[in-house]
Design a protein around this ligand. Sequence first.
Ligand code: TYD
Ligand code: MG
Length: 457
Amino acid sequence: MAKAKTIYVCSNCGADSPKWVGKCPSCGEWNSYVEEISVKESVAQKRIIPGLADKEKVRPLLLRDITSQEEVRLDLHDEELNRVLGGGLVKGSLVLIGGEPGIGKSTLVLQTILRLKGVKTLYVSGEESSRQLKLRADRVEHDTPDCFILCETNLEQIFVQAQNIQPDLLVIDSIQTMFTELVESSPGSVSQVRECSAAILKYAKESGVPVLLIGHINKEGSIAGPKVLEHIVDTVLQFEGDQHYMYRILRSIKNRFGSTAELGIYEMRQNGLREVSNPSELLLTQNHEGLSGVAISAAIEGVRPFLIETQALVSSAVYGNPQRSATGFDLRRMNMLLAVLEKRAGFKLAQKDVFLNIAGGLKVNDPAIDLAVISAVLSSSLDISIEAGVCMAGEVGLSGEIRPVNRIEQRILEAEKLGFSRILIPYNNLKGFDTSKCKIQIVQVKKVEEAFRQLFG
Ligand code: TYD
Ligand code: MG
């Protein structure tokens, strides 16, 4: 019997080499090579999807002969998921949903397919038994006659069953538990993940059945397995959130059929995930009147504006080096904002510990939250609370100027809708927006000093 050939594969990019190397020559990652048994060359050529072998090869087409009709999309009856996908699930697309263990990936997918009426779905689970899935289905309180469950990890078997059932939607939970007989290494290894996802992609493209693929993430927070996994799928969604909070956020990282700026918010309940269509109400539940160190910001994530509570705590540094910590906000950006405060506005924060927290476990990238961050820091430092009913939006520049932000109208309207009475916005940001109908008082500010005068008198 021929000796199994081992190769070394980069767990980051999937490149291989006959010898172990410390630094991947292809992606530059250190210490990423793992030993694997190579794909059996002779059988690797074989098609592993039955019934598709005799199809005619695809011929090249002239671009101008191709009709640009809209993609056929499957409505998933979940507004958040539909929006994040760019308006529903495109036929024949491969969607990867990544997330930490226990975050609710299986729940999200199961409750979604149980809600689909008249759509035949096949849910393949490599992690849970059919009884466990039944218990979960009972919990989410939805039922459909069209959902098949298959507990199987052998990909060839899965394709045979898919051929028999001919589903309209296939779910694979999870890619790391699947294996193909063509590769000898264990499930979850780089070559298994790569080969399996390539075969699933081929199935999706040739049969036109959309596939939802669930993937684990590693401890660095990226999807486990080679980067090629992310390259071959059409859409990568990340399901994130803090286990201790109820909120879960579905982010689109890559989308061939829509924008990646979209965001879906869910709340984990006893009976599954609930869509949160108005996130501001959820994020602003507490009554924080009279508390110092809290500022409300009108931020935009994706296409939706929402009001976010920014909390800061400034206290005297006990140890030599003051501590700086930020949750849900970029620490380097916070340090920059503190330096602006120190330099331009004359506040001595050098001997103070500064802690910053974005309430609700959210991570915010919108620069318009800057103004709320420095206002919260100052409010805590002075121990003067910001009047209730005031919110703000504005990016802060290095010289303490407040820079215009995008889509200010949406922010103002959201603040007004939620009953805020005053909003601080950057000077000259309104450009043509008719404010005469707004009931909310709009205050334009040029510099941070001006904003502070407005807030703290
Ligand atoms: P799960 O979907 O199994 O996570 P993943 O597939 O991402 O590993 O989610 C499991 C968690 O969700 C578990 O800790 C229990 C919780 N949960 C609820 O709070 N309510 C529910 O209705 C369900 C089904 C799960
Ligand atoms: Mg799961």
